[in-house]
Design a protein around this ligand. Structure first.
Ligand code: APR
Length: 314
């Protein structure tokens, strides 16, 4: 595969993802597009200049003047949309962002017809579903960035509790990228030791709660969503695809019978490689987790049903 990455939406998350990727030198070319005039150009220049201090990074960063300039990309990352502000829930964003995603997706189909799409815009699972429905592409080519971020937030909370094991802690979050997400700290290991051996029941409950509130906590302090962790999670996924790494990370994917559900995009562990999703990994869920997963799927379907009621797919 080539190494050209388009980023649509050069706001906080999109531009920081471009910066993170450019520091790694993984891409040959990154092209930024933003509907707000000057944003993509200004950020492309700034990031391009930062490249001087990145040894061996041959990555070029350019800006697109129109969506048509984001052409022949191998991967397109979509962060376009309106971010969550204050106490706005992800669901509040639904209709505004759905329309943006529809038009962005139609452009990607036209100008980068062979791309793999990483969807970042919220509400994430519903936006990913829209992309599947509009493109009709093989489902492995559209991946929602959810568990990569929520997982890093869970690993952070485990580290905060323990004070050791940074970079050695597993992460697993499934379900929707929203209020009903399902962090599973009891399933992971710290180094080679099961997390349950070093964390109390109360610790685990705290970690679950804090992971679920990970995004909202940042909004509370900053007045806007976080962007370093989302951007790093995007870059991690892009690198896995470009390097054909076959790493496992939870992502929002269209299920076709896996986990007992179909026709819904929801977070489950997947293997990422040059074809996008190489495999959906099915783990067995105990009764309690199955019930949470059902609730999570239902919350995504509620969003999809709002779109259907508004004749969005007609
Ligand atoms: N085409 C291209 N860019 C667009 C479009 C569009 N149709 N509509 C909006 N944008 C741009 C905005 O101009 C803005 O620069 O998308 C960018 C979004 O950036 P921010 O407002 O800074 O939001 P950010 O924090 O980056 O979050 C982006 O990721 O995590 C999600 O919920 C978050 O949906 C949001 C997205």
């Amino acid at each position: 595969m080539g190494r050209k990455v388009g980023i649509i939406g050069a706001g906080a998350v999109g531009a920081t993802a471009a910066y993170s990727l450019s520091m790694m030198g993984t891409c040959k070319e990154i092209i930024l597009y933003d509907i707000a005039e000057g944003v993509a150009k200004g950020k492309a220049i700034d990031i391009g200049q930062s490249n001087y201090y990145t040894s061996c990074s041959g990555t070029t960063i350019t800006d697109a003047k129109t969506p048509a300039d984001v052409k022949d990309c191998d991967i397109v990352v979509v962060t376009a949309g309106v971010p969550r502000k204050g106490d706005m829930t992800r669901a509040d964003l639904l209709m505004i962002n759905a329309k943006i995603i529809k038009s962005v997706t139609q452009d990607i189909m036209k100008y980068s017809p062979n791309a793999i799409i990483i969807c970042v815009s919220n509400p994430l699972d519903v936006m990913s579903y829209i992309m599947h429905k509009i493109t009709g592409w093989e489902s492995n080519r559209i991946i929602g960035m959810s568990g990569a971020l929520d997982g890093s937030r869970m690993a952070y909370q485990i580290y905060k509790k323990l004070g050791y094991g940074a970079g050695q802690t597993g992460s697993l979050v499934i379900g929707d990228h929203g209020e009903n997400m399902i962090p599973l700290p009891e399933q992971v290991k710290v180094g080679a030791v099961p997390a349950t051996a070093v964390l109390s029941k109360k610790d685990i409950e705290d970690i679950i709660e804090r992971t679920k509130n990970g995004g909202a906590e940042i909004v509370k302090h900053l007045g806007t969503s976080g962007y370093y962790a989302p951007a790093r999670a995007i870059a991690f996924m892009v690198e896995a695809i470009l390097n054909d790494s076959h790493i496992m990370v939870s992502s929002s994917v269209l299920l076709n019978g896996e986990y007992g559900y179909s026709n819904v995009s929801v977070g489950v562990p997947v293997i990422l490689g040059q074809n996008g999703i190489e495999k959906i990994v099915e783990i067995s869920l105990d009764r309690e987790t199955s019930a949470k997963f059902k609730k999570s799927v239902e919350s995504i379907n509620d969003g999809i049903n709002i779109l259907k009621k508004n004749n969005f797919f007609d």
